[in-house]
Design a protein around this ligand. Structure first.
Ligand code: SAH
Length: 395
C-alpha cells in the first residue's frame, strides 16, 4: 500500500497551481510509514487525490511532487520526462552548436532534486533529494534507454544532501569513467571539462548565453574577467577580439585549465593573462594603483546559500560592484551577475544602484541577462529563475 499524505485545509492551493513542494507545516497527517524517498500519494483535507511525490522525512520540504497524473513512478516515467526535456532543447542544441548542455534542470523539468548535465557522451547526475536517491536505479535505466551510447557519472557531492539525510557520493553509474578533459563545444568555442574534479558537474553551462552576449562589448578593449573559472567569459572575449584579457580566479587548477582552453581554441595567448588572486583584494589594488579597464566582468560564486546569509551577501555584491565601477574608464562596460536564487532581479538592481552611489559614478542599465536557454523556468516554479545579470554603462 502506498502511504498517504493529507494536507492542512487550504494548503492544496499551491499543489493545484502545480508547485512541486509540500512543506512539513502544510501536512495534517501521514497514513502509513513512508521511508526515505518513498513514493506517496497526496490528498487534500477532504481526501481528494492531488498528486504523487517523494517523501523526505528529514527535510522541511517534506514531499517533492513527481506527477499530478495518476501514473507509476518507474523507468517509463523517467524515460518520458527525459524525452520531453531533450525535445525542449533540440533547437537550442542545434542553434548554438552544443555538445555540452543541461539535460534536466530538476523541478523545472518535472524531476525534483535531479540535475543532469551532458558533456559529449557523458551524462553527469546530481541527485539532491531523498526521492531522487530512491529512484536512482529507475533513472539510470531510463538514461540508458534514451542515450544508449552515453556513459553515466554521479556527482552527488553537494552539502544539501545532508539536509535530506543522504551521504555524499561520486562515481561511475554506467559505462566508463571520464578522463579529466572531456571536450565540449558551445558557440564554436571548445572547452575541456573535468567531470570528476571540477566545480558542480564540471562546468558553468548556465552562463553560456551571457558569455555569448558579452562578445559584442569587447572588440579592441581591455577586459578584466573576475572569477574566470576555466576561462568562460575570457574565451569569448578572446573570440570577440579583445585587445587584452586578464582572467582572475583563486583556483590554480581552474586557471591552468583556462589557459589550456585558450590554447585549444588557437587564441593568441599574448593577449591573455591568468592571474591567481583574490578578486576582493585585487580590485582594491587596481583602484589604488589607478589601473583602468574598458570592460569588467563580475561573475562571483553564490554568496547566499540561505536567507540568513542574504544581508552579508548583499554587502559582498555591493562591494565588488562598487570596486568594479571605480576601475572602469568613463563610458566603460560592467557585466555583472548574481547566481544567488534568494536575490531577485529587483534586489540585485538596487544593489548595483547603491554601488553606483558609493562609487560616485552614473550607471545606466543597458541589457538584462538570465540563465541560458537550456535552464528553462517552469511558470509553476518561479524559484527556477536563479541567475540574473546586467550590462551597465558606467559613465
Ligand atoms: N565565470 C565562470 C564561472 C565562475 S564560478 C564561467 O563562465 O565559467 C566562480 C569562480 O569564482 C570559481 O572558479 C571560484 O574558484 C572563484 N572564486 C571564488 N572566490 C573567489 C575570490 N575571492 N577571488 C577570486 N576567485 C574566486
Amino acid at each position: 500500500m502506498v502511504a498517504s499524505v493529507y494536507l492542512v485545509k487550504g494548503r492544496e492551493k499551491s499543489v493545484l497551481r502545480r508547485h512541486p513542494w509540500i512543506f512539513s507545516r502544510g501536512i495534517q497527517r501521514v497514513e502509513g510509514k513512508p521511508s526515505l524517498g518513498e513514493t506517496v500519494d497526496v490528498f487534500d483535507h477532504q481526501g481528494k487525490w492531488l498528486a504523487r511525490g517523494a517523501f523526505s522525512p528529514n527535510s522541511q520540504i517534506r514531499v517533492r511532487i513527481w506527477t499530478f497524473e495518476d501514473e507509476a513512478i518507474d523507468t517509463a516515467f523517467f524515460v518520458k520526462r527525459i524525452n520531453d526535456a531533450q525535445a525542449l532543447r533540440n533547437s537550442i542544441i542545434a542553434r548554438d552548436g552544443l555538445t555540452g548542455y543541461r539535460l534536466i534542470a530538476a523541478e523545472s523539468d518535472g524531476l525534483p532534486g535531479i540535475t543532469i548535465d551532458r558533456y559529449d557522451n557523458f551524462l553527469v547526475c546530481q541527485l539532491l533529494s531523498a526521492g531522487a536517491e530512491a529512484q536512482k536505479d529507475a533513472l539510470v535505466e531510463a538514461l540508458k534507454t534514451c542515450f544508449p551510447d552515453c556513459n553515466i557519472y554521479e556527482r552527488s557531492d553537494v552539502a544539501v544532501r545532508k539536509k535530506e539525510g543522504l551521504k555524499l557520493r561520486t562515481g561511475v553509474l554506467h559505462g566508463e569513467a571520464p578522463s579529466d578533459h572531456v571536450l565540449i563545444e558551445e558557440n564554436g568555442i571548445k572547452i575541456g571539462v573535468d567531470i570528476a574534479g571540477g566545480h558542480k558537474t564540471g562546468f558553468y553551462l548556465d552562463q553560456r548565453d551571457s558569455r555569448q552576449a558579452a562578445v559584442k562589448y569587447v572588440d579592441g578593449k581591455r577586459v578584466l574577467n573576475c572569477f574566470c573559472y576555466t576561462g568562460g567569459f575570457g574565451l569569448y572575449a578572446l573570440k570577440g577580439n579583445a585587445a587584452e584579457v586578464i582572467n582572475v580566479d583563486v583556483s590554480q587548477p581552474a586557471l591552468d585549465r583556462a589557459k589550456q582552453n585558450a590554447e585549444t581554441n588557437g587564441f593568441d595567448l599574448s593577449r591573455a593573462q591568468f592571474l591567481n588572486a583574490d578578486v576582493f583584494k585585487l580590485l582594491r589594488d587596481y583602484r589604488d594603483a589607478g589601473e583602468l579597464f574598458d570592460v569588467v566582468i563580475m561573475d562571483p560564486p553564490k554568496f547566499a546559500e540561505s536567507k540568513a546569509q542574504l544581508t552579508g551577501a548583499c554587502r559582498g555584491y555591493k562591494d565588488i560592484n562598487m570596486l568594479a565601477m571605480q576601475i572602469l574608464k568613463p563610458g566603460g562596460t560592467l557585466l555583472t551577475y548574481s547566481c544567488s536564487g534568494l536575490m531577485d532581479q529587483n534586489l540585485f538592481q538596487k544593489i548595483i544602484a547603491d554601488a553606483a552611489l558609493d562609487a560616485h559614478r552614473k550607471v545606466m542599465f543597458t541589457e538584462r541577462f538570465a540563465q541560458a536557454a537550456d535552464h528553462p523556468v517552469d511558470s509553476a516554479y518561479p524559484e527556477g529563475f536563479y541567475l540574473k545579470g546586467f550590462a551597465c554603462t558606467v559613465v
